[in-house]
Write a protein that binds this ligand. Structure first.
Ligand code: PAF
Length: 282
């Protein structure tokens, strides 16, 4: 595996692959790789001739009081994992290789209105940071395929929409969430949980499953159904921020729908966790 830092070096390698007729898949990450990321890499590997992973802790998607400073940076470990996973190229750029005319960038991308709801309502500017960096990664790597985890369901919808609106023409692949044995979605931020809170954190997935079971049993009083589980989460020590049933494209859920996604965010012992569960009735 090649590890490159400069956009110009990345371009030379990807251009050579293209001239050889190879297809290229991109897996964008912020590093601190876990099995969830490696599942995305395996999905990319099975869909393209060459796999590029990017590691960039993007300052533009962190709010002023968020964890940009302490976000875990583990490049040597990440390199070893990516080598073992058969990745062809790791691009780990410094900030000036991403934001070429200085930081913060003058040009940003906002995918409204979905960027302002759910996560966006609690993390103002987050999705502008994500959409902007993903557009820059797309333009730098120019992949045929890009693989994103469904764990960040709203991010995935925003990336799909941006890809269509800006005509990147990339095949966006969403890959199911990897979970620990107790159901907790794998996330780099799980390591912020204390030893006492870690087992409790599985309550988030349990709440999603309870809402999904209610839908499966025919309930369509989505607000009341979610309120019941918000109360359960609060009783278990969480501070719930939202728990909602939406359509897969994040429109309001309708009683006659056959596909839904249940989305949740909650804080547990100072750690903010998000998760979701797609529900298909057919
Ligand atoms: O999901 C992530 O890790 C990040 O939001 C992404 C897509 C790599 C953009 O920084």
């Amino acid at each position: 595996m090649k590890t490159l830092h400069l956009a110009s070096e990345l371009r030379v390698t990807v251009d050579r692959w293209r001239a050889e007729g190879k297809t290229v898949a991109l897996v964008p990450t912020m590093g601190n790789l876990h099995d969830g990321h490696l599942a995305l890499v395996a999905a990319a590997r099975s869909r393209a001739d060459r796999v590029v992973v990017t590691i960039f802790v993007n300052p533009l998607q962190f709010g002023p009081n968020e964890d940009f400073g302490r976000y875990p940076r583990t490049l040597p470990d990440d390199i070893a994992k990516l080598e073992a996973a058969g990745v062809d190229l790791l691009w780990a750029p410094p900030v000036e290789e991403v934001y070429v005319n200085g930081y913060p960038p003058a040009t940003t991308i906002t995918v409204a209105p979905i960027a302002n709801e759910l996560e966006g309502a609690f993390r103002p500017g987050f999705f502008t940071g994500v959409a902007t960096v993903v557009a820059i990664l797309f333009a730098s790597v120019r992949p045929d395929i890009a693989v994103f985890g469904e764990k960040d369901w709203q991010q995935l919808q925003i990336v799909r929409r941006m890809n269509e609106d800006l005509r990147f023409g990339i095949d966006i692949v969403g890959y199911p969430t990897a979970r620990a044995a107790d159901g907790l979605a794998l996330s780099s931020r799980n390591q912020y949980l204390s030893a006492q809170d870690r087992p409790r954190a599985a309550g988030l997935h349990a709440a999603l499953k309870a809402v999904a079971a209610g839908i499966g049993a025919g309930r369509r009083d989505f607000t009341a159904l979610c309120a019941e589980q918000v109360a359960v989460l609060a009783g278990a020590g969480f501070t719930p921020q939202y728990l909602e049933v939406r359509s897969p494209a994040l429109a309001p859920a309708a009683a006659g729908d056959r596909a839904f996604v249940v989305l949740v965010a909650a804080v547990l012992g100072g750690t903010r966790l998000i998760d979701n569960l797609p529900v298909r009735l057919d």
